[in-house]
Design a protein around this ligand. Sequence first.
Ligand SMILES: NC(=O)c1ccc[n+]([C@@H]2O[C@H](COP(=O)([O-])OP(=O)(O)OC[C@H]3O[C@@H](n4cnc5c(N)ncnc54)[C@H](OP(=O)(O)O)[C@@H]3O)[C@@H](O)[C@H]2O)c1
Length: 343
Amino acid sequence: MTLTQPSVKPGKPGEPVRPDQRPPRGEADEAGGKEGGVRAVRPGPGAAALTAAGPPRLWVIGASGFVGQHLVAAAAGAFTVLTARIELTDATAFDRAFATLRPDCVVLLAAMSDIDRCEREPALAWSINVVGAQRVAEACARLNTRLVFVSTGAVFDGTRHGYRESDPPTPIGHYGRTKAEAEKWVQHHLPSAAIVRSSLVLGRARQPGTNSLLDKWVAAFAAGRTVAVPAEEYRNPIDVQTLSEGLITLAARGDAGGLFHLGARESRSRYELAGQVARALGYPPARVVPQTDPGPGRAPRGRDHWLLCADRPGLWPPPLPTCDQVIERALYGVTQSHSRVGV
Ligand SMILES: NC(=O)c1ccc[n+]([C@@H]2O[C@H](COP(=O)([O-])OP(=O)(O)OC[C@H]3O[C@@H](n4cnc5c(N)ncnc54)[C@H](OP(=O)(O)O)[C@@H]3O)[C@@H](O)[C@H]2O)c1
């Protein structure tokens, strides 16, 4: 699926400038270290002029993560992309950054995304995933800033085959609980916000060290290890590029609020998905084995997270991709700069 979006061409990363040299809105940005620093990716020459004042300023919170890396690359051109890494649990630092950056839109990706870690460190997970999201939504509401918030199929218990956007959340793990709580708060305090749920995002991170499941599988295959994958957990995955395009479309549309499911047309077991990846990369199918015992420390997960996606004729055209298409795009759409897929 190709989602409709403003004409997006990758722009060149902007040169850092000193905080005391902040240029007028829409031209460039402050730079600094990882904490509190700002890097702007300037729009490329083919950028869509979305506002009279220049391309809108999009702050990707969580830019260093798996999805964030792709979103930053995909959004450069249509937006002036801001990638400041602000500690979400630090209210003062966050408010200061928001006032300095003055984004027109925010995509909130930052989260404790490790489901097992959320179970082990529930208080920290809550302060990042719930209180942090509340902080972002509150600032967006106060300053009339567009918000796109990324959530998860784990807000559902996975006991049913197919969940609509209108179905009430029924989380069974702490990660899902934090996301469901954040969703509720965002919906209540900022109804114009778009909340996007995916059940599994597949793709190669552009830089290592992220939450990308595909990277973990590929690393294991390449090292000659087998991968144990649950045979009874079904997901309808989405590839990271299609997700990024969807987030860009929603960020650019101030009139599209509410819940959005984004995933493949059908659901497939994690075991089948991993086997398909192994085969596509030329590894023997035996490299993937069904996981019978989840082992200690694995957080509870729903059996079937098939997110049913409503038709959005004015937003993105059908059809949604099949699982095969998602895997193909996830594997061959982008390869990591530090290694080639499957070799
Ligand atoms: N990957 C999936 O399959 C999937 C599926 C459904 C939903 N999601 C959701 O999609 C979003 C992005 O996921 P992802 O896979 O890209 O995760 P990821 O690779 O783990 O990236 C998480 C991002 O959040 C940042 N972050 C974490 N704690 C933070 C804090 N306390 N303050 C500020 N930033 C913080 C990280 O920055 P540092 O590395 O600098 O800490 C990183 O940029 C998450 O909200 C996740 O719940 C992901």
